[in-house]
Design a binder for this molecule. Sequence first.
Ligand SMILES: Nc1ncnc2c1ncn2[C@@H]1O[C@H](COP(=O)(O)OP(=O)(O)OP(=O)(O)O)[C@@H](O)[C@H]1O
Ligand SMILES: [Mg+2]
Length: 461
Amino acid sequence: MKKDNTTLILKVKDSLSEDASRAIARIDTEDMESLGMEVGEIIEVEGKRRTVAKVMPCYAEDRGKNIIRLDGISRENSWIGLDEKVKIHKISYKLANKITLSPLTVSSLLKKNKNTKHSGSFIEGLPVIAGDRVRATLFGLKSCDFKVEDTIPDGVVLVGPATLIRIESKETEESGALKVSYKDIGGLRTQIQRIREMIELPLKYPHVFKRLRIDIPKGVFLYGPPGTGKTLLAEAIANESGINFISIKGPELISPGAGESEREVREVFKKAKQTAPTILFLDEIDSLVPRRGSSSTDSHEGMISQFLIEMDRVEELKGVVVLGATNRLDLVEPALLRSGRFDFLLEFPVPDEDTRLEIFNIHTKNKPLAGDVDLRELAKKTGGKVGSDIEFICQKASILAIREYKLMQMAEDPLRDKTTKVFALPSARVSNRVNADKELSISKRHFEEAMKLVMVKDINN
Ligand SMILES: Nc1ncnc2c1ncn2[C@@H]1O[C@H](COP(=O)(O)OP(=O)(O)OP(=O)(O)O)[C@@H](O)[C@H]1O
Ligand SMILES: [Mg+2]
């Protein structure tokens, strides 16, 4: 949809995972031409906020579709959801002399290196403007999100090899630190699709649904064993949908005082109504609305009744959908699942082998894996394990590798400054297979060791 020669309006689609965190915008080469641009030049992307990205040609199958592919971070930087439209145009930029970043994810690696300066760069090649969020892989191991606090010069800048980067650690972590996007979820495609169809689209386009007389559910229940991605998926929806999202853990609403919990429940629904369209996510809902009779206190009974009343009122509220999550459906008050309250149940199963492989890929992305690591084999060997177990295995294997690497460095040269290897693994961005002997790398042994720990559920270490 061309507006004029210099501005285009395109529909936003998700990027492929290899473009993640790189501020890349893939568009049709014809669109690039009409903007008068070459590959690698910078565009301004205007959603509800403005950000910048590098243009790259789209994939053959995307040609002629008037779409732009942006990853979760660029979408967040432009405050735009999937399938929404953004304006883009060419913009001039300067090479950055200096950039000040503040970490949004608190990493123990950063804590030790507070207020440090680095030249050269773990975010080299990224176009940014102040206020943007950027994601970098520190030490080739851990993804860390930063906010661009300041740039010299002002305006749109490109980070180059000579850009001085100052990291200013703030004591407090900004809420909602590391933002999860759909790409951080292995499998669960049907669940994502169903939630988008049943919640996101009706809340965004209520008039269409009304016209077509399609019933919108008031409540959707996510259920499945612990660690299967229920909370993870809810977080992704919160970040991706662009719809107001209130997230509350069941136990947070339980207060000991008489009538207090009921009041809290009323307040939460009221707030959802005031901010509609809103998704109200009630995590660990079994503790909030347990099967009646299973809980001994009267105050809990009162709260359950209050909750049922609020759910029945949701119909009139319009623009509020309640998403509940539990790992024990049998513990939840059955009256809640009666039709007209939570009409829809979505199961989160224990992942199969292919899904486990996807989850292994997600949790080893940007990590320096040694050549002997076969993720398919790891997926085969972890039958019955869930996403949180796989995350644990990958983290534990990384820790074991770092420990071993540090010991090796100290054995080589006990006086060596341990911080000199900072940001020394840019190669991990291109391929995460590295030479196991010389550089820090996670090898098959580390994964096997980590797997033993998870198999016996020894998570104290
Ligand atoms: N499908 C998945 N893909 C990628 N990572 C996953 C997946 N499922 C779980 N994980 C990892 O496990 C962690 C825990 O998962 P999550 O908190 O979503 O589980 P849950 O289903 O809400 O469990 P519970 O019932 O105990 O609340 C996530 O933060 C994520 O790192
Ligand atoms: Mg959970």
